[in-house]
Design a protein around this ligand. Structure first.
Ligand SMILES: [Zn+2]
Length: 235
């Protein structure tokens, strides 16, 4: 969502409430891997489902099976139907898709919850619920389903950061969790790992776990001398 902004979101949905989506939105959501492409999703009988317009559905589209079967003179269409949101990022919300996309965009931009509530006209419990969900999605994608990055010819930038609340009356002291992470240049594949200690052994273990050998590692805090026999090039 690097180059996304609010105008682009509204233009994509062609309206601010955007209850019904259009074919362009479908295409964009598929490009972002937020909904499957045709052919990836099967009905209960194993036929590939098609995305079809449906005025009765709140989003304006449903997955439907159009498989025709003949037995004798009888011709039947399978017609099994599944919600567009089933098993997707949007599954557990009733908010319109434009609001969910805008919410996620705001969340990534780190704006306040009050700002989101005002802009999207949603209730506080809804905002809290979706914030938690966004956090779970990021955790799941980066920690649970994360995979090793880097490899021959690739460059990974590593960094460490402390996540948490800034304490009032205590200057810049932050209570929270140290997190160690890396991003692969060009692909933006990344990992984030919470760490208890920030010593050489801990960080090296995380690196070996998450970064493939022969990767060039770029870091502001890392010193080449930390790893005399390391399988990485550090700059
Ligand atoms: Zn079917």
């Amino acid at each position: 969502m690097n180059t996304l902004n609010l105008f682009k979101i509204y233009k994509m949905f062609e309206s601010e409430d955007g209850l019904k989506i259009n074919a362009n939105v479908l295409e964009q959501l598929q490009e972002w891997n937020l909904i499957p492409r045709e052919g990836q999703y099967l009905c209960a009988r194993g036929h590939p489902l098609k995305l079809l317009e449906c005025t009765a559905s709140s989003d304006g589209f449903v997955w439907r099976c159009r498989k025709i079967s003949k037995s004798g003179k009888q011709v039947r269409t399978c017609n099994q139907q599944i919600s567009l949101r089933k098993n997707t990022f949007f599954d557990r919300s009733r908010l319109s898709m434009v609001k969910l996309i805008a919410f996620s965009y705001f969340w990534l931009k780190n704006v306040t919850q009050d700002f989101i509530i005002d802009e999207l006209s949603i209730t506080r419990p809804t905002a809290v619920d979706w914030c938690n969900f966004c956090r779970e999605v990021v955790y799941d994608g980066m920690v649970v389903k994360g995979r090793e990055i880097g490899g021959v010819g690739s460059i990974v930038e590593i960094d460490e950061s402390k996540f948490g609340r800034r304490k009032y009356h205590r200057g810049h002291a932050v209570e929270g969790q140290w997190v160690f992470g890396g991003v692969e240049r060009g692909t933006n594949k990344c990992f984030l790992v919470p760490v208890e200690k920030r010593d050489k052994e801990t960080l090296l273990a995380v690196i070996k776990n998450w970064i493939l050998p022969n990767t060039t590692i770029v870091s502001d805090f890392w010193k080449v001398s930390l790893m005399p026999k390391c399988p990485y090039m550090c700059i």
